[in-house]
Design a protein around this ligand. Structure first.
Ligand SMILES: [Zn+2]
Length: 319
């Protein structure tokens, strides 16, 4: 067997998940390991270990893609913002570090862009030329495909639907702005806003489900959820108006739990039918594996396109 394989790694705040993928996208092997909380060297060594262990098993990949919940430097070698994984990431050449230790080509990309690439090549957006992608988790991630490629930018902020404005001068957002979609629709903000209005809900993974349950009888809970869904739908419809995409793919754990995000987005887009035509909104089809699968596809794209000597081969780069 000499067919090349591609390793996709999804670096999350809780787990490092990985998928070893064949050229046609079939997953050959997968696993996960807890994300070390002791700094960037421990985290990168855990990634190197995954590669080493596959090598020992005779499964050395042709290249590795790593999806990160943050933003990358313009050179795609280091991470400029990574709020949920402890470590001194800024200025640390994580790509070169892992490449030197494994002897493999390494591609880094934002995790929402990885979700989008996976759904575009293997999932719910296969065959689409242009599409908008959003992940709803503790925050809101986003990406845009144009002409079959995920667009990115020097500051790695292209497609940040979560930081488009839903409410002028509204709630403060972690980005420094006000009224961003994420400040209303991100999972952690939804829970924070509910608590502020006196809605009593537990903490932990089931908190959003119990908030949805509370909303049946508690007006404050219902309002918080309605505002979250609407802020998200406003962001989606803005990005669709801007890009002209007629397909929206939603992902992320919170999005899967609360169908209101999808339903309200459909309603908002329908109001703009005259301008936008019919825009289809679908859930992604790859679930929690999308990040690692997308990272594997980024590695594959990088390898096949580096032969053409482009400067940022894994993704379309806009100056
Ligand atoms: Zn923001």
């Amino acid at each position: 067997m000499s067919e090349q394989t591609w390793l996709g790694i999804d670096l999350g705040g809780t787990y490092i998940k990985w998928e070893l993928v064949a050229d046609d996208g079939t997953s050959l092997r997968s696993g996960r390991t807890p994300t070390p909380r002791t700094g960037h060297i421990a985290v990168t060594d855990a990634i190197v270990n995954i590669v080493d262990e596959l090598g020992v098993a005779g499964l050395r990949p042709a290249a590795v893609g790593i999806a990160v919940p943050g933003h990358l430097s313009a050179a795609r070698d280091s991470i400029t913002i990574l709020p949920n994984v402890p470590g001194d990431w800024v200025g640390f050449g994580v790509r070169s570090y892992i490449a030197e230790r494994t002897g493999l080509d390494i591609s880094l990309l934002n995790d929402a862009r990885a979700f989008a690439l996976a759904e575009l090549e293997l999932g719910a957006a296969v065959g689409a030329s242009s599409a908008v992608f959003a992940t709803i988790g503790t925050g809101i991630g986003g990406a845009v495909a144009v002409d079959g490629r995920i667009v990115t930018s020097d500051r790695d902020t292209f497609g940040e639907i979560g930081h488009t404005t839903a409410v002028v001068d509204g709630e403060a957002c972690a980005c420094g702005g006000r009224g961003c979609v994420e400040a209303y629709a991100g999972g952690s903000k939804v829970l924070e806003r509910a608590a502020r209005r006196g809605v009593s809900i537990g903490l932990g993974p089931a908190a959003l489900t119990s908030l949805e349950f509370a909303a049946r009888t508690d007006q404050a809970a219902a309002d918080v959820l309605a505002e979250a869904y609407d802020a998200f739908a406003v962001g989606i419809s803005t990005v669709c108006a801007f890009t002209g995409a007629n397909l929206v793919i939603l992902g992320g754990a919170v999005g899967a739990e609360l169908p209101g995000y999808l339903v309200r987005s459909r309603q908002r887009l329908e109001q703009r039918r005259e301008l936008l035509g019919g825009v289809e909104v679908r859930a992604g089809s790859l679930g929690a594996r999308a990040g690692a699968l997308g990272a594997a596809r980024a590695a594959r794209r990088s390898r096949s396109e580096s032969k053409n000597a482009t400067s940022h081969p894994e993704l379309e780069h806009q100056k």
